[in-house]
Design a binder for this molecule. Structure first.
Ligand SMILES: [Zn+2]
Length: 78
């Protein structure tokens, strides 16, 4: 299913749409690095995980605001 991501963050008005594709690519790569399947449920932090694959991808793209991060993490396409 292809569900659209908003063009702008509806809370802070920053453009987020352009980062969606590279976010998905990075998440895929980091999940592979962590030995997780490419698609699946989001993983919560454990005692051995400091930053999840999704968190690292968001940090790489400079998405530091919680309002923007939630748009990516709550998207059904991830
Ligand atoms: Zn935002």
């Amino acid at each position: 299913m292809d569900f659209p991501i908003p063009v702008l963050c509806c809370t802070c008005n920053r453009p987020i749409f352009g980062k969606w594709k590279s976010f998905l690519e990075r998440v895929k790569a980091y999940r592979k690095q962590d030995g997780r399947p490419e698609s699946g449920d989001l993983e919560y932090l454990t005692t051995t995980t400091k930053v999840t694959a999704e968190g690292r991808a968001l940090n790489d793209l400079g998405l530091t605001m919680e309002c923007c991060r939630v748009k990516f993490l709550s998207h059904p396409g991830i």
